[in-house]
Design a protein around this ligand. Structure first.
Ligand SMILES: [Zn+2]
Ligand SMILES: [Zn+2]
Length: 321
């Protein structure tokens, strides 16, 4: 008896495959989206509770110092690491720095490095058009649609979007990197570390359980929430309001008042005009802390091939007034 044609096909040479699909056909299950929802709302509730607590509930100098340190480490992990290095290749770090940046970014609890990069590359590919995972303009241009779009682009896409960006399609370079894959699979322990380390340090510094608890609250939950909403404002606010200094085919804008807390990421209009540029705040007076940190990495000999702004290229993209 001869084999059925389907079986014969299976055992034959592999069929020629087209490119990987952009979104995983399996999508994102409810369990995954509910987990993300919890990780979005628990820190947010802590942030809301922090306002009344700040005046009478154990906010100490230790909590502020620990919160600041963890904000800076995890924030730069996102801006210099996840974003400018891993997504856009704005500079080439040496191996220890590359691993340290992936770890630091994971501490921000914004998703594992490969997932974050794949989503962000898809955002640049479709920026404010069909296929962008988080455009505030996806529902339309009238004020109601924009209000809904702002909420969606800011955070709701994280738990409502059923599509899963394919890392095979958008981040094959990172999948090939053994160290980065390892950091990616360590995401959950790194989340635990990000929340547990401030508590441990707060407890040891004050030698009290109470010190551990307040440090967990302020330098853990509240710090994570603050950085969450600053990062997400780049996707929502910086695609809605602000200045258009450079010509782009999307709605990205420069927003000056977010420049310090976002470490320079809110010069988002320039970033879309010249995505691989290591400095986003290229105009006079545009403070870009991340660019300064990359400059330090370069001076220390830890980073090379830094793509600093090119005056001619920028002039060609400048909006003429
Ligand atoms: Zn980008
Ligand atoms: Zn953008």
């Amino acid at each position: 008896m001869t084999a059925a044609p389907e079986i014969a096909l299976d055992s034959g040479p592999p069929a020629k495959r087209g490119p990987e699909p952009e979104v995983d056909p399996e999508g994102r299950g409810k369990a995954e989206r509910y987990t993300v929802f919890a990780f979005v709302f628990i820190p947010l509730l802590a942030l809301a509770a922090a306002v009344p607590f700040a005046w009478g509930w154990g906010l100490t100098g230790t909590d502020i110092a620990l919160g600041a340190v963890f904000y800076v480490i995890s924030g730069l992990g996102i801006t210099a690491g996840y974003h400018r290095c891993f997504t856009h290749g704005s500079f080439k770090p040496n191996r220890p720095l590359r691993i340290a940046l992936a770890v630091a970014g994971s501490l921000a609890i914004q998703g594992s490095v490969i997932k974050w990069v794949a989503d962000h590359r898809r955002h640049h590919k479709y920026a404010d058009a069909e296929g962008d995972p988080h455009s505030p303009w996806r529902f339309g241009d009238d004020w109601r649609s924009v209000a809904k779009g702002l909420y969606y682009a800011h955070m709701a896409w994280l738990y409502l979007d059923e599509q899963k960006t394919s890392p095979k399609r958008f981040a094959p370079d990172l999948l090939k990197d053994k160290d980065i894959r390892r950091v990616d699979t360590m995401f959950i322990p790194l989340v635990a570390f990000s929340l547990g380390a401030p508590a441990l340090l707060g407890g040891l510094i004050t030698m009290s359980w109470w010190g551990a608890l307040t440090a967990f609250f302020w330098a853990g939950l509240v710090r994570v929430a603050l950085l969450h909403h600053v990062t997400w404002s780049i996707n929502s606010i910086c695609h809605t309001i602000g200045e258009e200094n450079f010509e782009v085919r999307d709605r990205s804008r420069n927003v000056w008042w977010l420049a310090i807390p976002s470490f320079g990421e809110s010069w988002h209009n320039l970033h879309h005009a010249d995505p691989t540029c290591a400095r986003h705040g290229v105009l006079k007076g545009q403070i870009d802390i991340t660019a300064r940190v990359i400059w330090m990495f370069e001076k220390l000999g830890w980073a090379s091939k830094v793509r600093w702004p090119n005056a001619e290229r920028l002039a060609a993209k400048r909006v003429t007034i």
